[in-house]
Design a protein around this ligand. Structure first.
Ligand code: GAR
Length: 198
């Protein structure tokens, strides 16, 4: 009420993004944050792969980055380092964007209700890997992507938004993935913004 009266806007949520590779969804989130009414600011892009192309993109675009390989250490120790980097950056919500590592129950519990993921299928169909090949193999008429809350169950949390893409005759997993990815880049910023405003 007070905000409506004064016209003041809520402070932006401080978003951390976890990636493992290319980072094109991360880039779409960073680019969307340039809009004056965007409800989040990307304060950290972190990766389990120091060589991830997305880390270089983020650094070039002025976004702080953090890399920690999990190699040679217990998972709990690796996750504690990621967690510490997120907290040091003042992160309030986490977006997984092509982060290809399972988060432990303990990590999920510490960030409960504050982690979202984008998954390349129309959940609850095709949790896990090889989603497009499985959709084509099943003879599905459409594929797509889902943004969902992260819980202890792999790709099992509440779905916040979906984009649907027709499967065309002659589609391969790669051709379908490319069309779905283009929709992911629109779906993720839009759904994340709506969720943070809700
Ligand atoms: C995206 O298609 C994303 O939905 C998928 O990996 C790709 C990452 O691309 N995520 C998963 O499969 C998670 N299980 P990007 O690095 O260019 O954003």
């Amino acid at each position: 009420m007070a905000e409506a009266a004064t016209g003041a806007s809520s402070p932006r949520k401080r978003l951390g993004i976890l990636i493992s590779g290319r980072g094109s969804n991360m880039a779409s989130l960073v680019e969307a944050a340039a809009a004056p009414d965007c409800p989040y600011t990307v304060v950290l892009v972190a990766s389990d792969k120091p060589e991830a192309a997305g880390l270089a993109w983020a650094a070039e675009h002025g976004v702080p980055t953090f890399a920690q390989s999990p190699k040679g250490m217990p998972k709990a120790e690796y996750e504690a380092k990621i967690d510490a980097a997120l907290r040091a950056a003042g992160v309030e919500a986490i977006a997984l964007a092509g982060y290809m590592r399972l988060l432990s129950d303990d990590f999920v519990a510490r960030w409960r209700g504050r982690i979202v993921n984008i998954h390349p299928s129309l959940l609850p169909k095709y949790k896990g890997l090889d989603t497009h090949a499985r959709a084509i193999e099943a003879g599905d008429a459409e594929a797509g992507a889902s943004v969902h809350l992260v819980t202890e169950e792999l790709d099992g949390g509440h779905v916040l938004g979906q984009a649907r893409v027709p499967i065309l005759a002659g589609d391969t997993a790669d051709s379908l993935a490319a069309r779905v990815l283009a929709e992911e880049h629109k779906l993720y910023p839009k759904t994340l913004a709506a969720w943070l405003r809700s």
